[in-house]
Ligand binder design. Structure first.
Ligand code: B12
Length: 214
């Protein structure tokens, strides 16, 4: 039964069908499937589409279709995570965004969702976020963690720029910096002086706890 629901969800994303995707996500949550398991199936589906694009079997409209179907299901999972994870005491505060020049939102939103599940107060400042916008959010929210996502080889170096800007403004010592996204590796994260990197959203959320000592 659970496996049927999850198979339908995956199919809905592979069919680029936002209505079916949202309906399957709702059915999955209503039948008690853990939001992390639902997210894992969604990730599988969009990765499959990404591979098709890589191989030349699929094209940009396919990426858009898959992303739209993913995005229709995501708020349902987020709502459930917030419901389960509503804790009285916050684990810490996070500012998260996708760097300038990059409009990929799905992975960043998953990380934000699972950080909320770990009890963090998360300020998601969106996509295509310029260095100055990151700095402004940091001055406003005074987060324990800055988390940045970059999906493209061209945009990953933006993360280095932002770490340099933090240093220039004297803000680097008071904040842990986490980086991630499809274009990254641990080596790259180390080379730009980030405090943490993880290739998965659940891993990112656990790492965030570790970085703030909780
Ligand atoms: C969907 C998609 C799109 C959608 C995005 C829609 C949206 N609302 O997000 C659309 C169609 C808009 C798009 C556009 C483009 N895309 Co695109 N896209 C993808 C695709 C298929 C999936 C991305 C995704 O959502 N993955 C699923 C999520 C869950 O994975 P993720 O983002 O990596 O996140 C996970 C981890 O990395 C981690 N994580 C993420 N963020 C963070 C942050 C922290 C702090 C941590 C610790 C962890 C972490 O946790 C997540 C969950 O496990 C990928 C291919 C792929 N295999 O990734 C290409 C891909 C990223 N796109 C690519 C390209 C080239 C483009 C375009 C330039 C295409 C074009 N010719 O116009 C444009 C760029 C637009 C721009 N300026 O940003 C390339 C990038 C190549 C490169 N290495 O530079 C890829 C790899 C496809 C390819 N093989 O060529 N894209």
């Amino acid at each position: 039964m659970s496996s049927d629901i999850l198979a339908n969800l995956k199919k809905a994303i592979l069919d680029y069908d936002p209505d079916a995707s949202a309906a399957s996500a709702r059915a999955a949550i209503d039948s008690g499937i853990a939001p992390t398991d639902v997210l894992a199936v969604m990730t599988d589906a969009i990765r499959e589409i990404g591979e098709g694009f890589n191989n030349g079997d699929l094209f940009l409209p396919d990426l858009v279709g898959g992303a739209d179907a993913m995005s229709a299901a995501t708020p349902i999972i987020e709502e459930e995570v917030r419901r389960i994870g509503a804790k009285t005491e916050s684990t810490g505060t996070v500012v998260i965004g996708t760097v300038f020049g990059d409009i990929h939102t799905i992975g960043k939103t998953m990380v934000a969702t699972l950080m909320q599940a770990e009890g963090f107060t998360v300020h998601d400042i969106g996509i295509n976020v310029a260095s100055e916008q990151f700095m402004e959010a940091i001055r406003t929210y005074k987060p324990d963690i800055l988390a940045m996502s970059a999906l493209m080889t061209m945009t990953a170096p933006e993360q280095r720029k932002i770490i340099e800007a933090l240093k220039a403004e004297g803000l680097r010592d008071g904040i842990k910096v986490m980086v991630g996204g499809g274009a990254l590796t641990q080596e790259f994260a180390d080379s730009i002086g980030a405090d943490g990197y993880d290739p998965t959203a659940p891993g990112a959320a656990k790492l965030a706890r570790k970085l703030v000592g909780r």
